[in-house]
Design a protein around this ligand. Structure first.
Ligand code: IYR
Length: 285
């Protein structure tokens, strides 16, 4: 049997279309691994072509009870299974690297390569999200005027917080961190990345588990930036609605966290905090 075959290629992949089945050959992989994965996908698609999953996506009544979307399923991207020792070593090295991360409040004004931030956002945006809606927006601010506006807005809110809203118990909990209403880092740090939750409206679909999804994305973001050698601070002035206006964001976007990014100032100090030991935070049943 002769099948109609067509190919096209981009920088890192070749797309092979065989009788309407699209197969991607990933040239980032060694050729034998890429070919094996492509053939596995071909077999998988053949096996599942008559049983492709469908699911109801809205309350609109149709013959099958609602609109249906067909998900295309592909095999899990191939990854070699490491041996136990190598795997434990990798996990330990990652943990060792992450425990060296400290929240920094005194930044140098030295610039950072913006491509590092873009790649960290790429990592963040790979996070899992409710119904895969990806309800996040990352706004990268380097413009001094905007950073100054962020500082002014935040300091106005923080004055109210420290003067009246926080209450004694909260202020006592914050005392070891040495924070106050002043937020010079919003102006001094070369980059301020503001992360927004994206809600329905303005052409965006209804998201699910927004805080969980954006929280996971921010975790990946902090890990990526730290791995790249940069210092970060998670800043959450409350309320944060005013930030939409300062940054010209639409009403369906809600500020989630403000992250100054840069190098620590030469004289920067951090509180000498101790992390809870593993046997306190991990319960094994
Ligand atoms: N948002 C204030 C207060 C603050 C609250 C918590 I919880 C912190 O862990 C740190 C600070 C501020 O940024 O100063």
């Amino acid at each position: 049997m002769t099948l109609p075959v067509a190919t096209s290629s981009a920088a890192n992949s070749v797309v092979v279309t065989v009788a309407h089945a699209r197969l991607d050959l990933d040239l980032n992989e060694p050729v034998d691994v890429a070919l094996e994965a492509m053939l596995a996908r071909a077999t998988f698609q053949k096996k599942t072509s008559s049983t492709t999953a469908t699911r109801s996506e809205s309350g609109a009544e149709g013959q099958d009870g609602g609109m249906t979307a067909t998900a295309r399923f592909v095999p899990v991207p191939h990854r070699e299974r490491p041996g136990d020792d190598a795997q434990i070593g990798t996990a330990r090295a990652f943990a060792d690297a992450m425990v060296t991360r400290r929240t920094v409040r005194d930044f140098s004004p030295d610039p950072v390569p913006l491509e590092v931030i873009r790649q960290a956002v790429r990592a963040a945006a790979s996070a899992p999200s409710g119904a895969h809606v990806q309800p996040w927006r990352f706004v990268l601010v380097t413009d001094l005027e905007r950073k100054r506006s962020l500082r002014e807005g935040a300091e106005a809110e923080e004055r109210r917080f420290y003067d009246t809203r926080a209450g004694r118990e909260w202020l006592e909990a914050l005392a070891p961190l040495g924070t106050d209403w002043r937020k010079p880092f919003l102006e001094v740090a070369p980059v301020v990345l503001v992360v927004f939750e994206v809600h329905a409206g303005n052409g965006e679909p209804k998201p699910y588990y927004v805080k969980e999804s954006v929280g996971i994305a921010v975790g990946l973001l902090l890990a990526a930036l730290h791995t790249a050698g940069l210092a970060t601070l998670t800043h959450t002035p409350s309320p944060m609605r005013w930030i939409c206006e300062v940054l010209g964001r639409p009403g369906n976007e809600r500020p989630y966290v403000v992250i100054p990014i840069g190098w620590p100032a030469d004289e920067a100090l951090v509180p000498d905090l101790v992390r809870k030991p593993l046997d306190e935070v991990l319960v094994e049943l």
